[in-house]
Design a protein around this ligand. Structure first.
Ligand SMILES: C[S@@+](CC[C@H](N)C(=O)[O-])C[C@H]1O[C@@H](n2cnc3c(N)ncnc32)[C@H](O)[C@@H]1O
Ligand code: SF4
Length: 339
């Protein structure tokens, strides 16, 4: 087994900081089997995007000196599938999202088909839907992807184009409607969701968005605005200074794998500061069961998150609630029992 040890990653652990109060609640693995493998796996098949949304870290990291446009290779993807397959019956969701637009990876549809053929699910694709051609829709629906989650982030064209820079409102909204129609035509079981982020540019539109799209798609999600660990200049008024902090649920619920096959403990870690291993060298299960991960859990469970450099200054934990994760929306839309 080879995963990154403390000494190799001094940037994960900083100086020891004072212990903080921990919110009251039940925190831990929801099921004993989750100790063996995370119930949520997030896969970023690229860090390339065709939009530059104002709330997103992508346009910022794209200007970093070491940014390099990368697509996950089919080999790396196969490693993830192989490593996930033995635990496929205990997943809450296997989600394609994160650092860019998955549909731009030239191998993406083959990847989705590989995942579904391995019996892994439910599979979610979160997409901006700009490049969703009829042929891609058909392959996604025939795979079948369990959930397609289209990010719109605005009700009106004017607001959409202020938020989703380079996005074309008519193209995306017509793709979303076409996707629903094609799903119904071919009788695919895929559930379709759309989402809006609560941010000042769209606050007046959230209710209209929910009402309009609520009649067309299966579920409308309203997301909180994160800072992506300070990369995005999100208004601090969206966070509450008075809340007693809770352990970050990510350590008990999910891993994120980037386009290089590197495993992150935090989905917000666009700059890959908290890498804990690589699926080319070890397995997701070994990483999840490692003493390093146990140390993360122990620090968070005891109010010592400040010893972890990324977690110390983080505000985004407030939007990662134990009782209100993406998995609840997945269960709701699929009509399965909520985890
Ligand atoms: C990072 S995007 C990647 C997938 C795809 N490119 C898309 O636009 O859906 C995944 C989701 O995260 C949302 N998102 C991006 N930045 C965010 C932020 N700062 N806070 C909350 N959600 C964010 C996006 O709007 C989108 O719904
Ligand atoms: S506390 Fe913040 S930095 Fe740490 S894992 Fe959670 S969201 Fe990421």
């Amino acid at each position: 087994m080879s995963f990154i040890q403390h000494d190799d990653r001094p940037d994960i652990f900083g100086e020891s900081t004072p212990t903080e109060a921990v919110a009251e609640g039940e925190f831990g693995f929801q099921q004993p089997r989750h100790r063996v493998f995370p119930p949520i796996v997030i896969v970023a098949v690229t860090n390339v995007c065709d939009m530059a949304c104002i709330h997103c870290a992508h346009p910022v990291i794209k200007k970093d000196r070491d940014y390099k446009a990368t697509f996950m290779t089919p080999q790396t993807h196969s490693r993830i599938v192989e490593q996930t397959k033995p635990y496929r019956d205990q997943l809450w969701v296997f989600r394609y999202a994160a650092d860019g637009e998955s549909l731009l990876n030239p191998h993406f549809l083959d990847m989705v088909e590989e995942t579904k053929a391995a019996g892994i699910g439910p599979v979610d694709l979160t997409t901006n839907a700009m490049s969703l051609t009829d042929e891609k829709m058909r392959r996604l629906l025939e795979a079948p992807v369990d959930i397609i989650d289209v990010s719109l982030d605005a009700y009106s064209k004017e607001t959409y184009e202020k938020i989703r820079i380079r996005g074309k409102f008519e193209v995306v909204t017509s793709n979303l409607k076409r996707l629903v129609a094609m799903r119904d035509e071919i009788g695919a079981p895929t559930k379709i969701m759309t989402s809006i982020i609560q941010q000042k540019e769209s606050l007046g539109e959230v209710a209209a968005f929910q009402q309009f799209w609520g009649e067309i798609v299966d579920e409308v999600l309203v997301r909180g605005l994160n800072t992506d660990l300070g990369i995005v200049n999100a208004s601090e008024t969206y966070f509450d200074d008075q809340i007693v902090r809770w352990p970050c649920p990510q350590f008990w619920k999910r891993v994120t794998i980037n386009q290089h096959g590197e495993v992150r403990f935090c989905v917000e870690d666009w700059r890959n500061t908290g890498i804990v291993g690589n699926v080319e060298e070890t397995t997701l299960a070994e990483i999840w069961q490692s003493s390093l991960y146990d140390e993360f859990r122990e620090l968070h469970a005891t109010g010592r998150w400040g010893d972890m450099t990324m977690c110390r200054g983080c505000q985004d934990w407030q939007h990662m609630r134990w009782d209100h994760g993406f998995e609840k929306a997945v269960a709701r839309v699929l009509g399965t029992e909520a985890p």
